[in-house]
Design a protein around this ligand. Structure first.
Ligand SMILES: NC(=O)c1ccc[n+]([C@@H]2O[C@H](COP(=O)([O-])OP(=O)(O)OC[C@H]3O[C@@H](n4cnc5c(N)ncnc54)[C@H](OP(=O)(O)O)[C@@H]3O)[C@@H](O)[C@H]2O)c1
Length: 327
């Protein structure tokens, strides 16, 4: 059990029908009904950070489409409860889980091994797990936590699962979907102090990691061109989840109730990832970012800079020790 890990306080089942008006828009309803037609039977999908929030809602969305879904998170108790909930709510028996702490390179490698042992091919890899701490913390490998979980974990996990993704790419096509954020716009990759060892500011560490998600996606898309594996990222919008649980404005119960009404629900936010993972019309689209209405989003200028992409890639290889070989 990890410190302070409790079930989500934004219970999805209690989402009132009258919440955030954006969820009721015709665009949202159109996307929701077109997603419902996507057939994911026979596709193996791994969703990280699936014990709560967007990840759990994404796993449920995919399970409802008939996919074989593997939920990954670090806390066994929360993860088992989420897995059982997803299986029961979707009526899909092909739902399982893998416990792994993405703040540990060893755990990531073991989790990938476990996935490969269970499934020959992987068709969808959703990098959703994320943290937004208020104090500088270090991963098991001594790396600043936001960078480690939000960026390096997707980098290493993709590397470790590439053989399974390639096999997925050969049969149905495979998709790597990374949950970024509109806050990538405020991000800068501080190459001179990427782990904030000299000066750490939480929001800067977070926006840097979300920009890294987009840079990673675009670079990966290019490197995997022609392999049958696509790489896209998504912006779910502002969603009522536990991501901000350490922040003072999200702690009091009454404020949580306010956020729960004002922000989008996890189900609505998760449509971004479920659409990117399942929509047949974007099966071969790669190197893009989509929002929760299924629209393509134009990301920041810095996210499209090839030199920054390449520099971040090299740094990520150095920090994780993983080298992507030519396709
Ligand atoms: N909420 C928003 O408004 C919003 C907007 C844009 C983008 N996003 C992105 O959406 C993603 C999901 O966030 P959320 O809003 O759903 O937050 P959340 O409710 O806090 O969920 C985060 C998930 O990541 C898992 N996780 C955290 N650290 C982990 C680790 N070391 N190893 C394994 N799993 C770990 C958590 O597991 P535990 O249960 O063990 O903590 C949880 O399942 C993040 O990448 C976030 O940046 C969120």
């Amino acid at each position: 059990m990890h410190d302070g890990l409790e079930p989500s306080t934004y219970a999805e089942a209690s989402v009132p029908a009258t919440r955030a008006s954006t969820e009721m828009s015709p665009q949202t309803e159109t996307l929701a009904s077109s997603i419902a037609d996507n057939d994911m039977r026979g596709r193996v999908c791994l969703v990280t950070g699936a014990s709560r929030g967007l990840g759990k809602a994404t796993a449920l969305g995919l399970a409802r489409l008939g996919a074989t879904v593997v939920l990954l998170a670090r806390d066994e108790r929360l993860l088992s409860a989420a897995r059982d909930d997803v299986a029961a709510s979707s009526g899909n028996p092909h739902v399982s889980s893998i416990v792994a702490d993405l703040a540990s390179f060893d755990d990531i490698r073991v989790a990938a091994q476990e996935l490969r042992a269970r499934h020959e091919a992987l068709h969808v890899l959703i990098h959703n797990a994320g943290v937004n701490p208020t104090k500088r913390k270090l991963s098991a490998d001594g790396i600043e936590l936001t960078l480690a979980v939000n960026h390096l974990a997707p980098f290493l996990l993709t590397h470790e699962l590439l053989p399974a993704l390639r096999r997925g790419g050969h049969d149905h096509g495979a998709r790597v979907v990374t949950v970024a954020s509109m806050f990538e716009r405020f991000g800068r990759i501080a190459f001179h102090d990427v782990q904030g060892a000299r000066r750490w500011i939480g929001p800067l560490a977070y926006t840097q990691s979300k920009l890294a998600n987009v840079l990673f996606t675009f670079e990966l898309a290019e490197r995997l061109a022609g392999t049958g594996i696509t790489a896209n990222c998504v912006d779910p919008g502002l969603v009522a989840t536990d991501l901000m649980r350490e922040h003072v404005l999200f702690r009091p119960r009454w404020l949580k109730a306010v956020w729960g009404r004002v922000l989008a629900s996890p189900t609505a936010g998760a449509r971004a990832a479920v659409h990117a993972a399942s929509a047949p019309e974007i099966a071969t689209v790669t190197g893009k970012c989509f929002d929760r209405y299924g629209r393509e989003v134009r990301t920041s200028r810095q996210s499209r800079d090839p030199a920054t992409r390449e520099r971040l890639w090299t740094l990520s290889e150095q920090l994780t020790g993983a080298t992507f070989t030519a396709t």
